[in-house]
Design a protein around this ligand. Sequence first.
Ligand SMILES: Nc1ncnc2c1ncn2[C@@H]1O[C@H](COP(=O)(O)OP(=O)(O)OP(=O)(O)O)[C@@H](O)[C@H]1O
Ligand SMILES: [Mg+2]
Length: 271
Amino acid sequence: MIELRDVHITYPGADRPALDGVSLSIAPGETVALLGPNGSGKSTLARLCNALLVPDAGEVGVDGMATTDDGRLWDIRSRVGFVQQNPDNQIVGTVAEEDVAFGPENLGVPSDELRERVGRALADVGLAGFERREPHMLSEGQKQRLAIAGALALEPSYLVLDEPTAMLDGAGRAGVLETLARLSARGVGILHVTHQLEDVLGADRALVLSRGRVAFEGTPAELAADPERAASLGVEVPSFLVMVRALAAAGAPVPALPADAEAVVEALWPS
Ligand SMILES: Nc1ncnc2c1ncn2[C@@H]1O[C@H](COP(=O)(O)OP(=O)(O)OP(=O)(O)O)[C@@H](O)[C@H]1O
Ligand SMILES: [Mg+2]
């Protein structure tokens, strides 16, 4: 379990706290969506989860280890994989397999196991066969999946992703979301920071931050069902979901929470 208890943090020189009394837990296998407008504290919260930051007050624990305990730093960082918005900022290897090996190699994983881990991690993100590819030759979506493989090679129990689809096109985004769904089904706990409700409709829970506080806690479906409330929280409900509600109200046989517009079309006109 990743647990944040009444966390407060103010950056040096800032005139208000970045997080001001936030509590949250993420269990293994659970996907939590973290939404909110620019500057609401999402990235700060994400960085607290693997001890990239520690709180001024309150506690952050990972499977019972406090992130302020320096002696547990590597243990915490190998349990909580971190994936940033821009894959170029986290890819270090000159070829894919070298990049994925970087983390576990630094932890002293022996070479036989290292090879296995790299193979597994690349397969997990749908990049089996890409071992010798140069990262800069990959698409943005493939690069982001490579970055996820790098985190997975540490065999984390949790993945924290800070807007992992923000730089991707539709296909790249779909590939990353598919990968996350697969990892979730396998029991990895996920904190998915995003601006797009559409990316996290399948999440178990959704939290919306506003100026460093939790302004909403519920399910993505609850947010999607109330576009006005969502808008007041700075979250935009995708237009196809607004349309779906109108169609449902008119008696059309549409799914309550379709993943995308194609799912609506398929329900109305099965192929
Ligand atoms: N390194 C820093 N130094 C000073 N202030 C910071 C720093 N990083 C973030 N902040 C401030 O802390 C607050 C929360 O920022 P944070 O980056 O966590 O928000 P966010 O929700 O991730 O925003 P975005 O959607 O733009 O990524 C903002 O007021 C921001 O200006
Ligand atoms: Mg951010």
